[in-house]
Design a protein around this ligand. Structure first.
Ligand code: IPM
Ligand code: MG
Length: 354
């Protein structure tokens, strides 16, 4: 069991340190290596995903990533920006299924901008296709026209094979939960979505115990706010998943809490949903819980260590129930703590919960 740690930029550094502390606590047998990604990799190696990092990725079972990006690198050429490193590592690792859970932490109900009676009990997971669709489709570009103006374009493309593998993942996940799958598309307008719908229908025959519904993306965006409890597992294409997962994260009112897993056939990548937050970097105030819960996902999905995974999740729940909070979730707190102290509290709960 080998894990490559890529802290990246901004608060990525601090929160991965917390996550690694927790990982060492519950799974001391896991071997760790470190590498560079994002803006900090650009600074040191002139590339947001250096070859050296790719070599290390090849040698590991799972990657634990922090976050990438920062204003400092915003004006770099497109393929040198930190985000390009992120997109490339997803592609290199072949992690096509991005799992983004949005579940309510009861002690934080008041943190959401939505009404408590609407969100209490929400427990959904968005399964986003991650290495296809309009993010990677060719042709793409900005062409200069004869009159001196420009034409920018991208290609939204999905093949049967790409849809089938993500659909299978989503059905399998639904099978282990409340057995309801919502496939989100725009089949009333897009051919790629019509194919998506057909292929998902086909895969559903292999999962008779899962109830499948199809929903247009605009309606889904509305339903997530109107009645989020109706969702169990949502499966959708790359761009729709990018947007809907940000929307769903706000049900919980706390981006800093949310983990994610990106799964491929051989390897997986784990990272908190939040970004690098350069404005609060290095101040020991970032919320490490998203990164710590990403470790819990890693233990479950990459190493089958369900018990260890649950110990981490339970410890987080207990710390929150005691009113211990970082600044971003300080509403109603008993005690507001920094990144390091929060991590110590969680480790302590893991030990005591043993
Ligand atoms: C995400 C982010 C990335 C994406 C960006 C930073 C490239 O928004 O992980 O959701 O669009 O996939
Ligand atoms: Mg996004």
């Amino acid at each position: 069991m080998k894990v490559l740690v890529l802290p990246g930029d901004g608060i990525g550094q601090e929160v991965t340190e917390s996550a690694v502390t927790v990982l060492k606590e519950v799974a001391p047998g896991i071997e760790l290596a470190y590498g560079l990604i994002g803006g900090s990799a650009y600074e040191e190696a002139g590339n947001p995903l250096p070859d050296e990092t790719i070599t290390k990725v090849d040698a590991c079972d799972a990657v634990l990533m922090g976050a990438v990006g920062g204003e400092k690198w915003d004006n770099l050429e497109h393929n040198l920006r930190p985000e390009a490193g992120l997109l490339r590592i997803r592609q290199v690792m072949g992690v096509y299924a991005n799992l983004r859970p949005a579940r309510i932490f009861r002690p934080l109900l008041v943190a959401s901008t939505l009404k408590e009676e609407v969100i209490d009990g929400v427990d959904m997971i968005i399964v986003r296709e991650l290495i296809g669709g309009i993010y990677f489709g060719e042709p793409r570009g900005i062409d200069r026209l004869e009159d001196g103006t420009y034409r920018g374009y991208n290609t939204l493309i999905y093949t049967t094979a790409e849809i089938e593998r993500i659909a299978r993942q989503a059905f399998a996940i639904a099978l282990g939960r409340r057995k309801k799958l919502t496939s989100v598309d725009k089949a009333n307008v897009l051919e790629s979505s019509r194919l998506w719908r057909n292929v998902v229908d086909g895969v559903s025959k292999d999962f008779p115990d899962v109830s499948l519904e199809h929903m247009y993306v605009d309606n889904c965006a509305m339903q997530i706010i109107r009645e989020p409890r109706q969702f169990d597992v949502v499966v959708t294409q790359n761009l729709f998943g990018d947007i809907l997962s940000d929307e769903a994260s706000m049900i919980t009112g706390s981006l800093g809490m949310l983990p994610s897993a990106s799964i491929g056939d051989k390897q997986a990548l784990y990272e908190p949903v939040h970004g690098s937050a350069p404005d609060i970097a290095g101040k020991d105030i970032a919320n490490p819980i998203g990164a710590i819960l990403s470790v819990a996902m890693m233990l479950r999905y990459s190493f089958g260590m369900t018990d260890a995974s649950r110990r981490v999740e339970d410890a987080v729940d207990r710390v929150l129930a005691k009113g211990i909070r970082t600044k971003d979730i300080s509403y109603g707190a008993q005690e507001v703590v920094g990144t390091k102290r929060m991590t110590e509290y969680i480790v302590q709960e893991i030990r005591e919960g043993n």
